[in-house]
Design a binder for this molecule. Structure first.
Ligand code: MN
Ligand code: MN
Length: 387
């Protein structure tokens, strides 16, 4: 995944050479490498773009709803996580479909909707969602959505593959439209002529009636209800309260079916800073709901990059890259965050410094003992505004 730079090749070469006896040929190779080094130092490779304005696109628009995507096609750095901002009008359906390449997570930003989902163990579930609720459909589980009204339902979808969209979403109408009528008749029990009235291509998002309440029974009355909830009420969970804000972290520990992703709602008070840290085993995808922030990433070899984010924009931070988030503006900032792992992990610079002997830090930084004494011993997570 990592870009192969000259520096990377050079380091591998040194590793190789150090493991064998240094002969004349090796010495010559090292000499060439040392000579080549200065040119590269003056031209450090830049970090790739990690910001995308998902809400500022046209996307797919139909009479019953709309969808704006952030996949590798629009946002190349986001190989492991994709996002979609979707809106359904009251009664609109996001038709029956499944994702072959990815699990689907969602957070309802506004309005209400209903989801039905079937699992490979034969269990089915129907649930209703309102602002602050999330769902998770494991890869391949068939599902459909309906807008419940009264207003539009707007939700943020997240997928654990940046490639989920291209040839990865399988719709029921697309399959039926491309299957021979005699097969459809045999499999679905209607005469061949009946299929002439079915849609000729994928419906995707189409109009429909606002579904009845209480929920209508499944067509198969013998179907088992789901024993593994696909719904988690993220906004209703108790937050982790820190001096500069709050975090609600939903991993597979809190929401067992959500095995491949962790979701976080992070709220930053004005002037707060999410401290310098990294995630050892996951990429981080951020969607800005409100407020603003400045994000800086560190990608080794002196490479750093800073971008400012406002509502409707997305950030992507690669696994292991150091980063921090500075809140900007007078209003609090809310960020929805996804990681492509069901287990949450982070290491902060402050905690790391606390986990070392002071004398080592004195030598590493070339500083006196009294300066080391002032360094943090543990992380604040989100620190408050400094006077
Ligand atoms: Mn879906
Ligand atoms: Mn992070």
């Amino acid at each position: 995944m990592e870009d192969t730079t000259n520096a990377f090749h050079r380091r591998k070469l040194f590793d190789t050479l150090s493991s064998v006896s240094a002969g004349l040929a090796a010495t010559a190779l090292i000499a060439r490498e040392v000579k080549a080094a200065p040119a590269e130092e003056t031209r450090p490779e830049q970090l790739e773009n990690f910001k995308f304005d998902i809400e500022n696109q046209r996307g797919w628009v139909g009479p019953a709803g709309s969808a704006k995507e952030a996949t590798v096609a629009e946002f190349p750095v986001s190989q492991s996580i994709a996002g979609v901002s979707m809106r359904l009008q009251p009664g609109a359906i996001r038709e029956l479909h499944w994702h072959a390449l990815a699990a689907e997570w969602a957070y309802v930003l506004e309005g209400r909707c209903r989801a039905t989902v079937i699992a490979p163990n034969g269990q089915a579930e129907v649930s209703e969602f309102e602002t602050g609720d999330t769902w998770y459909f494991p890869r391949g589980h068939g599902h459909a959505l309906q807008g419940l009204g009264p207003g539009e339902c707007h939700f943020l979808l997240g997928f654990d593959s940046g490639h989920f969209s291209e040839f990865g979403t399988f719709s029921i109408t697309d399959w039926i439209a491309h299957t021979a009528p005699h097969i459809l008749s045999r499999n679905l029990g209607l005469p061949e002529s009946a299929f002439a009235q079915f849609p000729k291509k994928e419906v995707y998002i189409g109009p429909g009636k606002i579904p009845a309440t209480p929920v209508e029974a499944f067509r198969n009355g013998e179907l088992q209800p789901s024993q593994a909830q696909h719904k988690f009420r993220l906004d209703k969970m108790a937050p982790r309260v820190l001096e500069g804000g709050e975090e609600r972290i939903v991993s597979s520990r809190e929401f067992p079916i959500q095995t491949t992703m962790t979701a976080v709602r992070m709220d930053l008070k004005p002037g707060a800073m999410r401290e310098m840290h990294w995630h050892p085993h996951a990429d981080e995808w951020q969607y800005y709901v409100s407020g603003g922030a400045r994000v800086t990433i560190f990608g080794s070899h002196g490479r750093v990059r800073t971008e400012e984010f406002k509502p409707g924009q997305v950030a992507f931070i690669k696994q292991g890259y150091g980063h921090y988030v500075e809140q900007i503006g007078d209003q609090p900032t809310r960020i929805l965050i996804l990681f492509n792992s069901g287990v949450y992990e982070e290491i902060s610079l402050s905690a790391w410094l606390g986990g070392n002997p002071g004398s080592l830090l004195m030598d590493n930084f070339g500083i006196a003992e009294d300066a080391v004494e002032k360094l943090p011993r543990k992380t604040a997570g989100i620190s408050a505004r400094r006077a």
